[in-house]
Ligand binder design. Structure first.
Ligand SMILES: *[C@@H]1O[C@H](CO)[C@@H](O)[C@H](O)[C@H]1NC(C)=O
Ligand SMILES: *[C@@H]1O[C@H](CO)[C@@H](O)[C@H](O)[C@H]1NC(C)=O
Ligand SMILES: *[C@@H]1O[C@H](CO)[C@@H](O)[C@H](O)[C@H]1NC(C)=O
Ligand SMILES: *[C@@H]1O[C@H](CO)[C@@H](O)[C@H](O)[C@H]1NC(C)=O
Ligand SMILES: *[C@@H]1O[C@H](CO)[C@@H](O)[C@H](O)[C@H]1NC(C)=O
Ligand SMILES: *[C@@H]1O[C@H](CO)[C@@H](O)[C@H](O)[C@H]1NC(C)=O
Ligand SMILES: *[C@@H]1O[C@H](CO)[C@@H](O)[C@H](O)[C@H]1NC(C)=O
Ligand SMILES: *[C@@H]1O[C@H](CO)[C@@H](O)[C@H](O)[C@H]1NC(C)=O
Ligand SMILES: *[C@@H]1O[C@H](CO)[C@@H](O)[C@H](O)[C@H]1NC(C)=O
Ligand SMILES: *[C@@H]1O[C@H](CO)[C@@H](O)[C@H](O)[C@H]1NC(C)=O
Ligand SMILES: *[C@@H]1O[C@H](CO)[C@@H](O)[C@H](O)[C@H]1NC(C)=O
Length: 670
């Protein structure tokens, strides 16, 4: 009885919790871990009743019959999912093969899309000796697929009475609570809404059971060397869930990928334990010199070193602390963090800049010497170090970091800025203007001159093609990872229209709506031609269609369009400064351990209305965008009574020193 009451109480609480987060209809995570296909993509050979396995029909008694060898049906789940395939058969003999693909491009009855550098992955085969229920072995979880092909691999007819996938992502969340988001976003632009939720879902799909990482060993080939064996059986972190790079592959911890994924997670699901498990797995591999690995186990065994990914691991600690406010976590990592910073700053030479000799990065080329991306990231990390050192009460470390950062800033601009191009060059031996270094120069705050920031934003925009922003430092690649930083640069330049155009063009028109995509998760990389070829890889079938590093718009939309920026631990201090661009309504928010933060606004020709809510005990500043062209408005609401106000250069009126709570501001153009 006690147990029963307890569970009733939990259910009630749960219903209340769900009701408080609006716009649930956009959430792509399934309501339960049992997921069935929604439509038929294609079929070959002699087949009957393929639609018996769609949706709930699977439980209504009909059966798919694959009448002869090699007849097949490809089912579409309507979105990318991941897990163990299950099927029931009433046949007593025969053999049923199953293949998987994220993209429609690699749908095949003979092989899956790929996890290796060449070839396709072998099908999963169920040899039937009696009717009953069959399920994939535990190491044959498929991390991501939208299409599943069932093929008759035997001589006689076989039937399938039910087909479902046991969804395995977010293993530490209750089976019926995968939609338990703490954040939301809604605007008048439906495409942006879908993009925000697809980013949130992508980060859920790349959160895995840490016992099912990629073994990274060649398991050999089958069928004459064209199909690869695969097995997800390697433990990559401690704990019961881990944030990885990709759902299909690599299923490993990469600190660079986390730098985009973690803010997205904090503002959607607040699943910080998976972030922590991933960070811990990198820090147990820290070398005595302070150096952190390029990636987690088992990839670290390759002995590759990356200056930038080393810094991203340090950034990961700061991000975790910013969103969680968990001081004991920071205390536990602080000695290792300082040691890591010592390793990084030991690379600084007499110019004041780091000379990069650990060249691995996000698979771009030419990451060496006085590189602008690396030095911008170092500048950014040193500034985070000032914040962390201050919170740790270490003023000497904070001063040292400030001096090093200031020297980088003073050296980088004269050495690498190209005034005639409006962009930084990669290093002093080239004129190549990289996407990563220019985006990071703005994001990091290394560039403070507003006309330079504007020039960078304009010059990057001028290079866009029909499929998005190019990364010339990686051949013909479009990188949704680096483009996530580029978005932040446009927002920080107050060029909101450019940022929204890039989101719609890349993440909406192409990455969601192109028929080769999953319409639910974001791809790792592609070509400027729109081909699903990613320059660093020989094997196009290997590209991951669910990569956490491609989810930049999710945090950007909340942070810039909603305008909610946390400045210190879990939002103890904050700024809310919406950037409307061409939008007319935005409603967004999320919760941290301190409580709920939200920003809801509407813009009409002559009025801007903003409602905000922040937790009691916090403090912050609001920048109200003023409507109209004159930057002069009547401001109602907030702590002031009605007053006539003037905007700053970005058209905002600032109200500072606000105590946490609920406020409404109405600005009317005069
Ligand atoms: C499939 O098998 C499972 C496990 O034996 C069973 O619970 C389920 O009812 C079966 N489905 C159908 C449609 O027979
Ligand atoms: C099975 O069918 C597929 C597609 O219909 C075809 O490509 C393949 O060659 C066939 N395999 C055999 C062994 O006939
Ligand atoms: C299924 O049977 C085939 C043919 O006998 C055999 O080669 C294969 O190894 C079996 N597969 C499994 C998963 O048992
Ligand atoms: C939903 O998430 C909140 C925290 O964000 C947690 O307290 C709650 O237990 C979760 N509910 C379920 C059913 O998992
Ligand atoms: C993973 O599976 C492969 C293939 O079965 C096997 O060779 C390897 O030893 C397994 N690794 C672990 C850690 O179990
Ligand atoms: C798990 O934690 C232990 C103790 O800190 C550590 O030695 C081990 O390397 C960790 N395992 C992984 C996979 O991170
Ligand atoms: C300098 O940048 C160019 C262009 O990216 C690159 O080819 C070259 O390798 C870089 N130099 C070093 C030392 O990495
Ligand atoms: C960077 O260091 C390497 C190795 O010491 C050296 O060969 C190279 O000349 C240095 N690059 C610059 C730009 O100083
Ligand atoms: C800002 O940059 C512009 C363009 O490079 C330059 O003309 C101007 O002097 C700079 N302003 C300051 C204050 O450095
Ligand atoms: C963008 O707007 C902010 C807030 O008003 C301002 O501080 C900043 O200087 C502006 N940046 C540029 C490049 O105009
Ligand atoms: C893509 O998914 C959305 C839901 O997120 C759905 O409304 C839309 O119809 C889908 N588009 C296609 C082409 O299936």
């Amino acid at each position: 009885m006690r147990a029963l009451l307890h569970s009733v109480t939990l259910t009630l609480l749960w219903n209340v919790a769900v009701a408080t987060v609006p716009y649930q209809a956009y959430i792509l995570a399934p309501p339960s871990r049992t997921v069935r296909p929604v439509s038929i993509f294609s079929q070959t050979g002699s087949v009957s009743s393929a639609n018996a396995l769609l949706g709930d029909h699977g439980t209504e008694g009909g059966s798919l019959v694959l009448k002869e060898f090699n007849s097949s049906v490809t089912y579409d789940f309507g979105k990318n999912i991941g897990g163990w395939v299950n099927l029931n058969t009433s046949s007593s003999s025969g053999s049923i093969g199953v293949t998987f693909s994220e993209s429609s491009l690699w749908v095949s009855s003979t092989g899956c899309d790929a996890t290796a550098d060449s070839g396709l992955d072998a099908p999963l085969v169920f040899n039937i000796s009696a009717p009953g229920h069959f399920q994939a072995p535990w190491d044959k979880e498929r991390g991501a697929f939208r299409y599943l092909t069932v093929v008759n691999e035997g001589a006689g007819q076989v039937s399938v009475d039910d087909l479902w996938v046991h969804f395995t992502a977010m293993p530490h969340w209750q089976d019926d609570a995968l939609r338990n988001y703490s954040g939301w976003f809604h605007s008048n632009d439906e495409q942006l809404n879908r993009i925000w939720y697809a980013g949130a879902y992508t980060n859920q799909l790349v959160t895995i059971d840490p016992r099912r990482g990629d073994a990274l060993i060649s398991l050999g080939t089958v069928a004459g060397g064209t199909l690869d064996q695969w097995s997800l059986n390697t433990t990559i972190t401690n704990g019961t869930s881990a944030l990885t790079d990709g759902a299909k592959r690599d299923r490993l911890v990469w600190s660079g990928d986390m730098s985009i994924a973690v803010p997205g997670i904090a503002l959607t699901t607040f699943d910080l334990i998976s972030v922590r498990n991933a960070l811990d797995s990198l820090f147990v591999l820290q070398s005595p010199s302070g150096m952190l690995p390029y990636a987690g186990y088992p990839f670290n065994e390759r002995g590759l070193i990356s200056f930038t990914y080393h810094l991203y691991a340090l950034i990961g600690v700061a991000n975790f602390y910013l969103y969680s406010g968990d001081k004991s976590f920071l205390d536990g990592k602080w000695a290792a963090w300082k040691q890591g910073m010592e390793w990084a700053t030991a690379q600084i030479d007499s110019t004041g800049l780091a000379n990069v000799t650990a060249p691995n990065d996000w698979l771009r080329f030419g990451m060496g010497g006085h590189n602008i991306e690396a030095n911008s990231i170092l500048y950014y990390t040193l500034n985070l170090g000032i914040m962390l050192a201050t919170d740790e009460g270490e003023t000497t470390a904070a001063q040292q970091y400030a001096q090093l950062a200031s020297r980088i800033q003073q050296a980088a601009v004269p050495l690498l800025w190209q005034p005639s191009v409006g962009l930084f060059r990669d290093n002093e031996t080239t004129t190549l203007a990289p996407q990563d270094g220019n985006a990071w120069a703005v994001k990091s705050g290394l560039v403070t001159n507003a006309s330079q920031i504007t020039a960078i934003s304009q010059a990057l925009e001028a290079r866009w093609g029909p499929y998005g922003a190019p990364a010339p430092e990686a051949a013909d690649a479009v990188s949704p990872f680096i483009s996530g930083f580029e978005l932040e640069a446009h927002f920080m330049a107050n060029r909101t229209a450019a940022a929204l155009t890039l989101i719609r063009r890349m993440w909406g028109d192409f990455m969601l709506d192109d028929p080769r995509m999953t319409n639910s998760t974001f791809i790792e990389g592609y070509s400027v031609t729109g081909a699903l070829h990613y320059a660093p890889y020989a094997n196009d079938a290997r590209i991951s269609h669910a990569h956490g590093w491609a989810t930049g718009p999710t945090s950007s939309l909340t942070t810039f369009c909603g305008g909610i920026q946390l400045l210190s631990d879990a939002g103890a201090t904050w700024t809310i400064a919406p950037q409307p661009g061409d939008l007319s309504t935005v409603d967004t928010g999320f919760s941290t351990s301190k409580g709920k933060f939200s920003s809801k606004w509407t813009k009409s020709g002559t009025a801007f209305t903003l409602s905000i809510s922040t937790p009691k005990g916090t403090r912050g500043t609001v920048g109200v965008p003023l409507p109209g062209n004159y930057n002069k408005a009547l401001l109602l609401g907030g702590p002031q009574t009605a007053s006539v106000v003037h905007g700053d250069a970005s058209g905002r009126y600032w109200v500072s020193g606000l105590a946490g709570g609920e406020y409404e501001f109405i600005a009317i153009a005069l």
